[in-house]
Design a protein around this ligand. Sequence first.
Ligand SMILES: Cc1cc2nc3c(=O)[nH]c(=O)nc-3n(C[C@H](O)[C@H](O)[C@H](O)COP(=O)(O)O)c2cc1C
Ligand SMILES: [Mn+2]
Length: 526
Amino acid sequence: MAYNDLREWIDALERAGELKRIRAEVNPVLEITEITDRVSKGAAGNYRFPGGPALLFENVKGGNSIPVLINQFGSERRMQMALEVNSLDEIAERIRELLNMKSPEGFLEKLKMLPMLADMGKFFPKSVSTGPCKEVIEKKDFSLLDLPALQCWPKDAGRFITLPCVITRDPRTGKRNVGMYRMQIYDAMTAGMHWQRQKVAAEHYREMLRRGAASPADAGAGSKTRAAVDIMARSGGGSMLAPGERPAGKMEVAVAIGTDPALTFSAIVPAPPDVEEFIVAGFLRQKPVELVKCETVDLEVPAGAEIVLEGYVNLDELRTEGPFGDHTGFYSLEDEYPVFHLTCVTHRKNPIYATTIVGKPPMEDGWMGKAVERIFLPLMKLTLPEIIDVNLPVEGIFHNLMIVSIRKSYPGHARKVMNGIWALGQAMFTKCIVVVDEDVNVQDIGDVVLKVFNHIDPERDIQFTLGPVDSLDHAARLPNFGSKMGIDATRKWPTEGFMRPWPDEILMDEKTKAAVDKKWKELEIE
Ligand SMILES: Cc1cc2nc3c(=O)[nH]c(=O)nc-3n(C[C@H](O)[C@H](O)[C@H](O)COP(=O)(O)O)c2cc1C
Ligand SMILES: [Mn+2]
C-alpha cells in the first residue's frame, strides 16, 4: 500500500532495517555531508546493501530539534521500496502496458479494460480541505534560518535546501509542475531559486515575463519587452536593467519539503513539460496524491508534507546563486537566478526535514538516476523503437555519457538515434552518446569498451554537433551552450561505404565447452 507521507515511509524503512537513527549531536555545516558521504560510498562499515542505510539525524546542532532525514533513496533496494516494486523494470512494464493499450473491440474487450481504467482513476490528485501540513500555520515570525539546512561542501556559498519539491503553475494551461530545484538560503525571508533555464518552472517564469511584457500599457516593442528579453537572455554577468525597464509582477511558488517518496521522486523525473508530476506520483503510488490549498498563494501542496514554504519570485529580480558542490563532482559556478521570497510557512507538529547531498558519485542521487533510466526506457522506445537498452553509468553523471544499444536496420541508423536522443527532453543535455549494436550488453562496461574501441574508425565514426548543454557543464565554450559527440560504434555496412570484411567475434563452440565442463573436476585446477 502506498506510503501516505514521509513518516509512513520512515517507519517502513525502519522496519526493514534500512534506517539508522543517529542520536549524537552533528553539525549541519559540512559534518552531515562527511558522515553521509562515507555511508553512501560504503566506507563506513559493512552494510547489507551498497549505498548504506538511510540516516535520521535526531540531534542537529542549531536545528531547532528538527530531525534530518538523508539517503532515503540511497540504494537499489530502497529505490525499489520507495516505488513499492521488487524490480524497477516492473514500473517500466506497467508503462509498457499502458502504452500498448489499443481500442477495445466488442463488449468483452471493453469489460477487460475496466480494471485498467479504474487504475487510471488513481493517478489523478485529489483535493482535500485540510491535512497534516496545516497543523502549524506561521504567517509571521518565521524564518528560513530555522531550518536545519546543510552547508554541504567547504566552498559552497552557504546553506542550501537540497530536496525541495518546487511547485509552480503554467500561466497558459493552469497545469502545475513539481520540480526539484535547490534553494540557497540568503536570509530569513529569501532564497535562490535554482531552476535551470531549460527546466519547466523556468519556462513558467519566462511565460510570466512575456505576459508582463505584453501588457496593454506596454504596446509595441516597449521597454518591458526589452527588459523581459534581457532577463531571459542573461546568464551570469549579463547587462543590468535600468529601473524603468523592469517588468513588474510576481510568480507564485510553493515548496514542499518531506513528502512521500513517490512524490519526491516524481519531482526529479524528466516528465514531459505538460505532464503534472502529481499524476506521475499517483501512477507510481497507485493512489491519488492528496492536495490542500496554500494559505497565501494560489497553489496546492501535498497535504501530508512535513514543511511547506509559500512565496513568490519577482519577475525583475535575479541574484547570484552558488557556488555549490554539485553532482558532477565539482562545484557548479555562480550564476544569476530568481529569488524566492517567503510569505508563509506551514508544517506538521514536530516536522522532519528531508535533504540529500550531491558530490562525487556514487551518492544518493545516483540511485534515483538509475531508477529514471529504467523507468524511461519504455518511453524512449516510444519515439525510438530501435533502442534495445540504455546505460547511464553513474560516473557519467547522467548528462555526460549515455550508452545505447540498437537494432540497426538501415545505413546511418546510429546517427538517427543520436539525433533523436538529443531531441528528447532532458536527454538533450547528453554530452556523449555511444551507440552499439544489439549484441553488446550496455550494462557490461567491459563488453562496451572492448567492442566500441575495436569497432570505430574515430574520424569516420564520431559525430559532433552543437546545442544546449547542462548548466552544470563547466567545460563548454559558453554557459549552457556547447558541443556534443556521438560515437557510432555499430558494425559498419557496405551501404555505409565500408567495403572491408568484418571479422567474427571469438566464441568457443558449444561442443568443446560441454566437453571441458565434463572433465573440469578431473583437471584439478580449482
Ligand atoms: C538532488 C537533486 C537536486 C537537483 N537540483 C536541481 C537544481 O538545483 N536545478 C535544476 O534545474 N535541476 C535540479 N535537479 C534536476 C531536476 O530535478 C530534474 O531535471 C527535473 O526533471 C526537473 O523537473 P522539470 O522537468 O519539471 O523541470 C536536481 C535533481 C536532484 C535529484
Ligand atoms: Mn515537470
